[in-house]
Design a protein around this ligand. Structure first.
Ligand code: 5RP
Length: 218
């Protein structure tokens, strides 16, 4: 099985969580794209979706799946999204695709967060994947200096602007031993819009596509 086939298998398993009449929160990235494509097959059974990025909204609309404004729908029963890393507590690093802020908003508005990934995403300690932080452009140097003080090596994601008009700093060299604490600390830095640690609101379910089948962690 290739990593992409493992992502597809995880997305197939996540379809089981979709119930008739639901409005489903939709993540961003290649694994979420598999989920979107599979959702197209049962689109008549759902009432619509809320997308975590312009890219996902476009893909959903391309399949004829309604995309709704979160402000119009309130609490969502289900959010399905990928991740760059997860530990066994389902604390995540997200934002490899740069959509972390809207992803955190949709996750925060959802009753159940089902994370889908291939087996390579499960790690003992978060941080080998460079931690994405969405930053207001004028705070770039300030946030970078604070991250250096925390032991990280921030790198500007060149030529990338988020859906919200901001920049991304990818912070290398972090060993995130206390994800909730680090998420809270980085959130306090002026100019930080969102840090890509999802630990205060972790996933509820992690579906991993593995070489020997699909595994589910809760
Ligand atoms: C986008 C994300 C994605 O969920 C993450 O980057 C994983 O992507 P992929 O499914 O392509 O491996 O957080 O901002």
């Amino acid at each position: 099985m290739t990593p992409d086939e493992m992502k597809r298998a995880a997305a197939e398993a996540a379809i089981e969580y979709v119930e008739p009449g639901m409005i489903v929160g939709i993540g961003t990235g290649s694994t979420a794209n598999h989920f979107i494509d599979l959702l197209a097959g049962i689109k008549s059974r759902i009432d619509g979706t809320v997308a975590s990025s312009e890219a996902s909204a476009e893909r959903l609309r391309g399949h004829g799946i309604p995309v709704l404004d979160l402000n119009e729908v309130g609490e969502l029963p289900l959010y399905v999204d990928g991740a760059d890393e997860s530990n066994k507590y389902l604390h995540l690093i997200k934002g490899g695709g740069g959509a972390l802020t809207r992803e955190k908003i949709v996750a925060g508005a959802s009753e159940k967060f089902v994370c889908i990934a291939d087996e390579s995403k499960l790690v003992d300690v978060l941080g080998a994947f460079p931690l994405p932080i969405e930053v207001i452009p004028m705070a770039r140097s300030l946030v970078a200096r604070k991250m250096v003080a925390m032991g990280g090596k921030p790198v500007l994601r060149e030529g990338f602007v988020t859906d919200n008009g901001n920049i991304i700093l990818d912070v290398h060299n972090l060993e995130i031993m206390e994800p909730v604490k680090m998420e809270t600390e980085i959130n306090q830095i002026p100019g930080v819009v969102t840090v890509g640690i999802f630990a205060i609101r972790p996933a509820d379910v992690l579906i991993l596509g593995c070489r020997d089948g699909v595994k589910t962690l809760t």
